[in-house]
Every structure is written in C-alpha cells, then in structure tokens.
Write a protein that binds this ligand. Structure first.
Ligand code: ZN
Length: 267
C-alpha cells in the first residue's frame, strides 16, 4: 500500500485572512502601501523602499514581513532602472539573510506575488519575507528543480530554464555560486554579483511579460538558500494544471530549448 507522503502542514488563521485588504483586481479601495503615513512597525527604509512587519499574520506560528518596492503603485520590476533593481534585491536579500542568521527559524521564505493569479492580494509592488520556526526545510524543494538548459552566466551567477519544473511550464532558475552573509551584502565585492542577479531577475520578468502577453499576467519569484548559496525561481502563473493539483504530475513543455533561446535575447 501507498505510504503517506511527508508534507509540511501549517495553520492558516481564517479570521485574520478575512480582514486583509484586497486591491489586486482593480478594486477601488485605497492602497495601504500608498498611504505611507498610516504604516506602522516600520523596521527599515532605503530610498523609497520600506521594510515593515506584516499587519496580517495568517500563518501560525510565523513572523511575516513586507518589503514595499517603491512609491509607485502601478510600477513593477520590468520598469525599474538597473540601479533601482540592484538596490531592491540587495535590500531584500540583506533583510532575508539577517532573519536566517537570527537562528530563530527553521526556514525563512522570501518571495514575490504579482498579478491576480499569483496568490497576492495587494496590487502595489511588494515582496514578502516569512520566518517559520516550525517547518521541515527538507520538504520545501529539491536540488534538481534548479537544473535546466543554460541560458547565460555572468559574475558567478547562472540563469537556466528548468528541466524539472516544480509545477509545470516555463520556470526560470537563477543560481548564485558564491555564499553571502547579511553583512557581506553591502560590500563592493558583493555588488557585482548582486547586480548580475538583479539584471537576470529583471530580464526574466520583462521576458515573461512579453512572452505571455495577456492582461492580468501573473508571476511569482521565490528565493531559496541551498547549502548557503542563493537560488531564485521565477514562474509565470496560470490556472494550475489539474494533473498537478489532483495527481502531482509535473508538466514539462516541449518548447524548453526555444524558451531558453528567446530568454537569452533578453539578457
Ligand atoms: Zn499603492
């Protein structure tokens, strides 16, 4: 007989979830991230970016944080200057690594939801960091999900198109070969690597938005630490395949080489 598959199961507080503001589908409500004066529990700021505690702690137990990417509600990563993009990635990674280094958590998640199919509820460009004290990190991802058709390499950063996608279709992986601590992030040595990483993330977002030309295009970006090295995964989001939802069957598109070729022209 089939053995139960080990999984991570975490409590989601429905009462808290119901109170969350929703601005993702163009609802005419005021955006909480535009009303900077009303924000509380701000931890750090850099240029027009704000890192603060999330008001709505839905995951239990957890510590949840929000990184507001800038003042412009309708902007996104494909529209930032390269300098702004590097600054954002450095700011986010330094806070993410700082939380890892507290030793309080089994895992610290760092991710971005963009668009109505991404799972996000707020339209204003932002990222999230979540510290989880009770979780089995070995069940969160596997090394082979970061393997793929090579697209480019620069300053110790590699980009590929996944050949073992976590869900299906075109998933883009970015692999940083060097290890960093939170205090390394502001060093001149780290700058070259982080700007290459920021460039690859930005190019991938631009590519995905061009490639899947549609209104309400949605995507996720996930950051991982694998043996101390940063891994990033970008996924376009659609209605999730029933084969995956019902049967855990991952879909590998037959045009991966073509996707890698097209992505290369954006780098
Ligand atoms: Zn806003």
């Amino acid at each position: 007989m089939n053995k139960p598959l080990p999984i991570n199961l975490i409590d989601f507080n429905i009462g808290v979830g119901k109170g969350k503001p929703l601005t993702i589908n163009g609802e005419k409500r005021s955006c909480p991230f535009c009303n900077v004066g009303t924000l509380t529990d701000i931890i750090d700021t850099k240029e027009d970016m704000i890192f603060l505690k999330n008001k709505y702690i839905v995951l239990e137990p957890s510590d949840q944080f929000v990184l507001i990417e800038g003042a412009d509600c309708n902007s996104d990563m494909n529209l930032y200057t390269p300098e702004k993009m590097t600054s954002l990635i450095s700011f986010g990674i330094s806070h993410w690594l700082k939380l890892w280094e507290t030793g309080k958590y089994k895992a610290v998640l760092f991710f971005k939801n963009y668009g109505p199919l991404s799972g996000g509820t707020i339209h204003h460009p932002h990222m999230q960091i979540v510290g989880l004290p009770v979780i089995d990190p070995d069940l969160m991802f596997s090394t082979d999900e970061f393997e793929g058709i090579p697209v480019a390499t620069e300053s110790g950063v590699e980009i590929n198109v996944a050949t073992r996608p976590r869900i299906g279709f075109s998933e883009i992986n970015i692999l940083v070969k060097k290890q960093f601590t939170a205090s390394d992030i502001s060093s001149p040595q780290a700058y070259e690597t982080l700007s290459a990483l920021a460039h690859y993330i930005q190019s991938s977002v631009t590519f995905l938005k061009d490639f899947f030309k549609r209104e309400n295009f949605s995507y996720n970006i996930f950051f991982y630490l694998l043996d101390g090295c940063i891994r990033v995964k970008l996924l376009p989001r659609f209605a999730t395949s029933p084969l995956y939802i019902g049967y855990s069957i991952h879909l590998k598109p037959t045009n991966l080489a073509d996707t890698a070729e097209k992505l290369r022209t954006y780098i």
